[in-house]
Design a protein around this ligand. Structure first.
Ligand code: RFL
Ligand code: PHB
Length: 397
């Protein structure tokens, strides 16, 4: 079997890359080790930057997003029992959208299936070979058989635990990371969101976040210990902790309802440099992880594959290898800024440990400043809605 680009992983990065390449007339095969249901049902991100929304709309996959997505013009930061609003549109002219990663993935799979181009689920990539030659290949198991796929390029869109990053020569790849001493317990509940905007809260008991998925479903997060067990968190304890950490003196509090999903996620910052080794490219979580406080992971994954699709389009248009040389650095410049922002939001909003009264007072002062200085509000807003990405949009033809 032959294709132009072999894509490992059908998360947002791999699926969006396949979609953009299709619009450029470039052939690809997407190989995913999990089932279609698993990939769609995995509960993850919820916030889309304006550039992702624009991309989806202009490339013909934004119809449901426009109908069901929730446009948000700002966020609340809560501390000391009060909520303060930062208006993104006023400070940047841009907004963000709440639309579950599940829905983005569902739309991308539907678009892929409509093209008839290959997307293999439950197909595990085991070996990537020849990436240092013009003829790489990947070997994978699918429906009980081993297949070999020859390609011009391999795109490693296989997440943080994938096999692509370890294929880089050890003396080429450098990893930069930070692990945080806390985790997030996240829930989905059948409860109408009681605020139109997200609420990020710093409380002396720890961080909490109020978000949503639909007009009937609330998404909530609580800071917890890294070694915490979900069994320690019966529903009553979750609600009582959320009410304590989120309720504000203006009478606002989250609505309660039946909890139908809960899980604990560790938090880390990680960047791999470079993101290209000859014919092998990394994109999305395969190359970098951000703590979720800045809502950047999915958005960065989409930004990477926009740069990659654009580079490959130029390559096939006749520019040759030169078109690919800037991929890593173009992505990394923006990734490090998103890393900085995600780290900054995380340190400002989480309780750093026990007996940290100085830190808490300092964080409260920072929140007071960030929600009262026009310059600071503008800085938070322009990072939250997403820094500029200078790549032209392919259009659905
Ligand atoms: P994914 O989504 O992990 O997809 C990688 C895919 O590769 C497959 N795979 C393989 N396939 C074949 N062969 C192999 N050997 C393979 N090894 C792995 C996997 O099964 C999988 O399907 O990575 P991708 O595409 O780079 O997408 C990244 C995003 O999923 C991630 O950054 C976000 O979910 C992060 N994130 C958030 N991002 C945002 O932009 N906004 C948010 O509001 C936001 N909130 C979050 C988040 C992540 C969270 N968790 C659970 C980590 C909230 C949470 C709680
Ligand atoms: C979410 O709705 O899942 C969400 C929102 C904002 C974040 C992280 C996750 O910073």
């Amino acid at each position: 079997m032959k294709t132009q680009v072999a894509i490992i992983g059908a998360g947002p990065a791999g699926l969006m890359l396949g979609h953009l390449l299709d619009l450029c007339g470039i052939d690809s095969v997407i190989i995913e080790n999990r089932s279609k249901e698993y990939v769609i049902d995995r509960v993850r991100a919820g916030v889309l930057e304006q550039h992702v929304v624009d991309l989806m709309v202009r490339t013909g996959i934004g119809e449901r997003l426009m109908r069901e997505g929730l446009r948000h013009e700002g966020v609340y930061l809560a501390f000391g029992g009060t909520r303060r609003y930062i208006n993104f549109v006023e400070h940047t002219g841009k907004a963000i959208w709440v639309y579950g990663q599940n829905e983005v993935v569902r739309d991308l799979i539907a678009a892929r299936e409509a093209t008839g181009r290959p997307l293999h689920f439950e197909a595990e990539t085991v070996v990537v070979e020849g990436v240092d030659s013009p003829h790489p290949s990947i070997r994978y198991f699918h429906e009980g058989e081993t297949h070999t796929l020859h390609a011009d390029f391999v795109a490693g869109c296989d997440g943080f635990h994938g096999i692509s990053r370890p294929m880089f020569p050890a003396d080429l790849l450098r990893g930069f990371d930070r692990v945080y001493p806390f985790a997030w317990l996240g829930i989905l509940a059948h409860a109408a969101p009681s605020s139109e905007e997200l609420v990020y809260s710093l409380h002396e008991r720890g961080f909490a976040l109020f978000s949503m998925r639909t007009p009937q479903i609330t998404r909530l997060y609580l800071q917890c210990a890294t070694d915490d067990d979900i069994e320690n968190w019966p529903d009553d304890r979750i609600w009582s902790e959320l009410q304590m950490r989120l309720s504000t003196s203006d009478g606002w509090k989250p609505n309660e309802g039946e909890i139908f999903q809960k899980s604990i996620t560790p938090m880390r910052s990680f960047v791999a440099e470079p993101m290209q080794y000859k014919r092998l490219f990394l994109a999305g979580d395969a190359a970098h992880i951000v703590p979720p406080t800045g809502a950047k992971g999915l958005n960065l994954a989409v930004a990477d594959v926009r740069v990659l699709a654009h580079s490959l389009q130029r390559y096939y248009a006749g520019e040759g290898e030169a078109a690919l040389a800037g991929y890593s650095q173009t992505c990394l410049n923006r990734i490090w800024k998103a890393q900085r922002f995600s780290w900054w939001m995380t340190q400002m909003l989480h309780k750093q440990g026990e007996g940290v009264d100085f830190e808490l007072r300092r964080q409260m002062a920072e929140l007071d400043y960030v929600t009262s200085s026009k310059a600071a509000m503008t800085s938070l807003a322009e990072n939250y809605v997403g820094l500029d990405l200078d790549v032209s949009l392919p259009r659905k033809v």
